[in-house]
Design a protein around this ligand. Structure first.
Ligand SMILES: Cc1ncc(COP(=O)(O)O)c(C=O)c1O
Length: 380
């Protein structure tokens, strides 16, 4: 496998934040799939589910979906979250974590972030629990695992459903266990710029057979596909379903990248640790990481916090290096504002104007990271 190509920087004349990873095998393999009978949901989807589950989920049930957002919506339905139920979520995440809760009419309860990791603050979670709380959603931001022992303890104590949004953290580990195996449900994303991509795609994991059967049904209109294929009337729809399945074209991309995932993560971590090394003597920079030995970082993002964020961002941009914040606190968006009214988020308030995400992807070389760090160090 060859990660870098010489033309990349010249071609774009810019160091980009992200770049999709497509396995070199995929051009041929997607071609084969396109020429086959199955281009929609078929055997490749099932194979991807099996291989993914085998690799990351100790063979728990896995369902491939059209997106990570689809998987999140399904997980909220399976959690039996209903209108006005309270769900505790991090205030800082991709909006996709929280938007599906609005489809249901649930009451979003924002928890503050931990200032070191920007993951959900477990102390904040515990304070927000009421009789109406149904579930807690945690997001392993940038590839760094949340404090899963604490989140498990809290959810067990208060009888809450724990959902892991693993969109950014495939392959990350907490106490040597893959993230995505701790919660009642977990969701992954294979959107264009994630560790592995299927163009757009996602995956839901569930822990018991009944939920699996239901998830399969509501992923596809509410119809049991196996029964439908028998071609007789045995496919009544008794609950509302969606069209949330993955296609075999996407699954082909996913299978090829999945076979290379160890190398993909290894290379991203190499770049991540080069950033850490280059910033180690700069006291003005705080890397967003809690450097906890129990955590294995999947290195999807490198985020730093600095006082002069706007200045540095402009400086980097002027040198043809992309840098931006990627995600924003969710209460900035009109659709979420009412859930944060009259509430304080001390750590989020503190970091809001300070954090900045720097480029990290398979096309970058160590010397690109050194070049970026040189500019960052000179301008902080
Ligand atoms: C934390 C998080 N959750 C959910 C999603 C949604 O995934 P998708 O884009 O596959 O719907 C993303 C990324 O897009 C994400 O970063």
């Amino acid at each position: 496998m060859k990660f870098n190509d010489k033309t990349f920087l010249k071609e774009k004349n810019k160091i980009l934040m992200f770049y999709p990873y497509i396995s070199s095998k995929s051009v041929k393999n997607v071609g084969k799939t396109i020429k086959s009978r199955w281009i929609g949901q078929g055997p490749k989807v099932e194979l991807l589910e099996k291989k993914f589950s085998n690799k990351f989920l100790n063979n728990k049930y896995a369902l491939a979906t059209g997106s990570g957002t689809d998987a999140l919506h399904l997980s909220y339905i399976l959690s039996k979250i209903k209108k006005d139920d309270e769900v505790i979520v991090p205030i800082f995440t991709c909006t996709a974590t929280n938007i599906p809760l609005l489809y249901i009419g649930a009451k979003i309860v924002f928890a503050d972030i931990d200032p070191n990791s920007m993951n959900i603050c477990t102390k904040s979670v515990e304070k927000l629990i009421t009789k109406k709380t149904k579930a807690v959603v945690c997001v392993h931001y940038g590839g760094l695992p949340c404090d899963m022992s604490e989140l498990k303890r809290i959810s067990k104590k208060h009888n809450l459903i724990l959902i892991e949004d693993v969109a950014q953290a495939i392959g990350a580990k907490y106490k040597n266990k893959n993230v995505g195996t701790f919660g009642n449900f977990s969701t992954f994303s294979f959107q264009a710029i994630k560790h592995i991509t299927t163009g757009d795609g996602g995956l839901l994991t569930v822990k018991n057979k009944d939920d699996y059967i239901k998830a399969k049904r509501i992923r596809w209109f509410g119809i049991d596909r196996d029964k439908k294929y028998k071609g007789t009337w045995s496919n009544d729809i008794f609950e509302i379903g969606y069209k949330y399945q993955m296609t075999d074209i996407s699954a082909t991309l996913g299978l090829d990248s999945l076979s290379e995932i160890n190398d993909i993560i290894k290379y991203r971590r190499k770049l991540y640790f080069r950033y850490l090394q280059n910033f180690s003597k700069n006291s003005k920079i705080k890397v967003i990481d809690d450097f906890n030995n129990n955590k294995f970082h999947a290195a999807w993002l490198i985020t730093i916090a600095i006082e002069n964020k706007d200045y540095l961002q402009k400086k980097l941009n002027s040198k043809n290096i992309e840098a931006n914040q990627v995600h924003f606190r969710n209460d900035k968006y009109t659709i979420f504002k009412k859930f944060a009214k009259n509430k304080k988020f001390k750590n989020m308030d503190y970091l809001e104007d300070k954090y900045l995400v720097l480029p990290l992807h398979h096309k970058l070389k160590i010397r690109d990271i050194d070049h970026i760090c040189n500019i960052v160090n000179k301008n902080t």
